[in-house]
Ligand binder design. Structure first.
Ligand code: CBF
Length: 815
């Protein structure tokens, strides 16, 4: 047996430079003299990976041999961001790297920038998964992230000459990708279709076709923890790569058909699912990765055993279902236990419920997946039978508990026509959690109320968090240095609640001025970034006001753009005098789902407001608006530290948590926001006086719906709003074309589902308060510093500790 050695001891910069040279020579096949920045990036990444290898082997061995239960995080998305800089930080190799690449004749930044950012996620949920696995490794908790290595991640966004969003495929694997290791020898077979027959009194699934799931392993190094966990992303391959007979008949397309069918499964993140085949592909993806992952976990924890004792499985690993996407894992584990390992139903159910937990990330009913039963039946006939039986058992259990028939009707997992995945997850797992206190409460009171009435102890809350390594230390080195100076230690990087030690320094004007200088420097740096990346000229002597997140009506980018238009109109009309005007630069960043018509129209409107405002000499130096294309992690790392005012203005009761809000507060932006998601907790912690609150509460929203909401009333009541909407309607932002935004205007005036108009006046009014404070830089920065000092709770390390205590009941590996 190979001895698992201790991790490699740290290297000097010279040794590290030699390791890079060696990689260049023997794996890149270029000399150091021939090497480009892209070559050095690959070589340095491989050198870092080698440094992590021993810790990785040791962590795996300790995970399997020890008796600490591991965590399996099942997620359709892992939005990792660039890897090299993060791996260097966590491995303690940043300084050596900087010196080594300089010795090779390069600037460290150019090497870091040479990495292509993987976009294997849509937004909050995927980035949260990435933060969580960073924290688990940093805490020394054995964990596996399980997902899909999509060939195309989230689309690349550009804008056409009319300001419309254009989506292009993001082929992130065009060049060599040094982080993922494809392991053909640890593959799994995943089957689909066919029928279920009875053989010797046993149900036997005879699938029609199978694909080969091949793992691609990413190392997840903990910050100063010596632990390196695994992110295992599956890629789909065909068992019948190539039909030679068809090819020899010159049927070239036919010859590669099976290959295309198989590879389509891991081709793209969230294939469009408005068609039946699109839906099929999504379900294939979900089943593909959970089936492969469950089999993989059994392989890992019971190596070489044909008849493992799987009653111990829940002691080996606990699986977190990140939203409903991996919930098909519940019937799949039942099937594996019953069909492949001969367990009886009750034993299998007992193991399954103990193994799974479910996180719900939404309050929007349409975001809780419901699959047509016919589709599951076609693709996974055995699973549909199992789901039907789970539902029967569930209904019996509810009857036994005296639950009323009409409630049971509402709660059915399987309705005959469809399967409700959130209900399956709630019944089929041990715990259900929401992602912020308000969200978890609303899950219990509204979305999953029937379930929480019957199973109250299943429900808990874990407020989201973000990793301080990427989103403070790497994103904001100047602030990090200042925090370290203020606290006299850098231990806060792995113990973020230590930031509280900065509270007294908010009274120290000199320290506040240093803090202000950091923000000014970050603004200056962002001006350079925006020039290089987007060719923009930005005036750094304006307030930097940012709204970055997915484009969705509930998030209310409309509210922000209407307020911008209103301000534009006020300047143009001279309703505000020149010295009353606080110069602002407003940044938007948002991708809209390709099929989301109103969201895409909102992007077009923002782009055209930007065109008109930025080209109008009357407002020059007073107002500028930029819709930055292709919002991603890299942009976040540059823009968030430069932002002074952050927008979290969703309709109360709609944003589950938000994590951008946490990143901004931790980087010293003040928030203007509603009482929604984690805003509530941020405000509680940073202090109501350090947060710009406006808008209706959840109760007020509900009451207004109940009383009958008429948006037109608000349009008539506030001349600022009326003017802003009229300017959109009269073609001011569409070269005179009054039809361009007609659907958006009609929606605002007749439906306005998320009550943008009802909250407009409060939002416009609070701007005066914001601007008044901004004119007092010392007070503004004092409050911003207090935001940093009181946001330590929003570390994903704390979130992970909460999951460990409330849900997973496990902890770090022993050293
Ligand atoms: O919990 C992480 C995030 O998930 C979402 O992005 C999601 O995809 N459902 C929510 O919209 C966010 O509120 C939440 O922070």
């Amino acid at each position: 047996m190979t001895e698992i050695t201790a991790p490699k001891s740290p290297v000097t910069a010279d040794q590290f430079a030699d390791e890079i040279r060696e990689q260049l020579k023997y794996t890149q096949n270029v000399t150091a003299e021939q090497a480009t920045a892209a070559d050095v990036y690959v070589a340095a990444s491989k050198a870092v990976r080698n440094h992590l290898a021993d810790s990785w082997f040791k962590t795996q061995a300790d995970t399997v041999n020890g008796n600490t239960k591991a965590v399996g995080y099942f997620s359709a998305e892992f939005l990792m961001g660039k890897q090299l800089e993060n791996a260097l930080l966590n491995a303690g190799l940043t300084e050596q790297f900087d010196k080594a690449v300089e010795a090779l004749g390069f600037q460290p930044k150019d090497i870091i920038d040479a990495e292509y950012e993987p976009g294997l996620g849509n937004g909050g949920l995927g980035r949260l998964a990435a933060c969580f696995i960073d924290s688990l490794a940093s805490l020394g908790v054995p964990a596996f992230g399980y997902g899909i290595q999509y060939k195309y991640g989230i689309f690349k966004q550009t804008f056409d000459e009319n300001g419309k969003q254009v989506e292009t495929p993001d082929y992130w694997l065009t060049n060599e990708e040094p982080w993922g290791h494809i392991d053909y020898n640890r593959d799994q077979k995943v089957s689909f279709g066919g029928e279920v027959v009875e053989e010797n009194g046993k149900k036997v699934w005879k699938p029609a076709w199978s694909v080969r799931a091949v793992p691609v392993d990413y190392l997840v190094p903990g910050y100063k923890s010596q632990r390196v966990n695994t992110l295992r992303l599956w890629t789909a391959k065909s068992y019948d790569e190539f039909d030679l007979l068809a090819f020899n008949r010159s049927e070239y397309m036919e010859a590669v058909k099976p290959q295309v069918k198989a590879e389509n499964i891991s081709k793209i993140l969230y294939p469009e699912d408005s068609t039946k085949v699109g839906k099929e592909l999504r379900l294939e993806q979900q089943y593909f990765f959970v089936s492969a992952s469950l089999h993989d976990a059994i392989r890992v924890f019971y190596p070489g055993q044909d008849k493992p004792d799987l009653t111990t499985f829940p002691d080996k690993i606990t699986f977190q279902l990140n939203d409903t996407h991996p919930v098909i894992g519940i019937p799949e584990l039942m099937r594996i236990l019953i069909d492949e390992y001969d367990y009886d139903w009750d034993t299998a159910w007992n193991i399954t419920v103990k193994t799974f937990n479910y996180t719900c990330h939404t309050l929007l009913p349409e975001a809780l997946e419901v699959w047509p039963a016919s589709l599951i039946g076609e693709l996974l006939p055995r699973h549909l039978e199992i789901i039907e039986k789970i539902n029967e058992q569930f209904e019996d259990e509810l009857k036994g508990k005296g639950v009323a028939d009409e409630t049971i009707e509402r709660m059915r997992i399987y309705t005959g026509d469809s399967v409700r995945m959130a209900y399956l997850a709630t019944y089929g797992g041990s715990h259900v959690n929401g992602v912020a206190a308000l969200h978890s409460q609303l899950l219990k009171d509204v979305t999953l109320k029937d379930f929480s009435d019957v199973y109250p102890t299943k429900f808990t809350n874990v407020t989201n968090g973000v990793t301080p390594r990427r989103f403070v230390k790497l994103a904001n080195p100047a602030l990090s240095d200042l925090i370290t100076e203020g606290l006299g230690t850098d231990k806060w990087i792995s113990d973020l609640e230590m930031l509280e030690g900065l509270v007294p320094l908010a009274k120290d004007d000199e320290f506040v001025k240093k803090f202000a200088a950091v923000k000014a420097a970050n603004k200056h740096a962002f001006v350079g970034f925006a020039k290089d990346h987007y060719g923009l000229d930005i005036d750094e002597n304006t307030m930097f006001n940012t709204m970055v997140k997915r484009l969705h009506e509930y998030k209310r980018q409309s509210l922000k753009i209407l307020a911008v238009i209103s301000k534009y109109a006020a300047i143009k009309n001279g309703t505000v005098s020149a010295d009353e005007i606080l110069p602002r630069t407003v940044f938007f960043g948002a991708k809209a789902a390709p099929g989301y018509y109103l969201a895409k129209m909102t992007i077009q409107l923002i782009n055209n407001v930007s065109r008109v405002v930025n080209n109008d000499p009357d407002v020059k130096g007073k107002l500028a608006v930029h819709m930055l294309p292709n919002y991603n992690i890299e942009m976040a790392q540059n823009l968030i530290p430069a932002t002074e005012l952050d927008e979290q203005i969703s309709q109360a009761g709609k944003e589950a948590s938000g994590t951008g809000n946490m990143k901004f507060a931790l980087n010293g932006a003040l928030t203007v926001g509603t009482l929604d998601g984690a805003n509530v907790e941020i405000r509680e912690r940073v202090g109501a006086e350090n947060f710009f609150l406006f808008g209706m509460t959840v109760e007020e929203v509900d009451k207004l719906y109940a009383d009958g909401y008429d948006p037109a009333k608000y349009y008539e009541a506030d001349p600022r709003l009326k003017q802003a909407i009229d300017l959109v309607a009269n073609g001011t932002f569409s070269n005179g074309d009054r039809n361009a935004y007609a659907p958006l205007v009609a929606d605002w005036l007749t439906k306005d589902w998320f009550m943008t108009l009802a909250d407009f006046s409060a939002y416009a009014d609070i701007q005066a308060e914001i601007e008044k404070l901004y004119r007092d830089p010392l007070e503004w920065n004092r409050k911003a510093l207090l935001n940093v000092a009181n946001s330590g709770f929003f570390s994903s390390d704390r979130s992970m500790e909460d999951y460990l205590e409330r849900i997973w009941h496990t902890g770090p590996l022993a050293d």
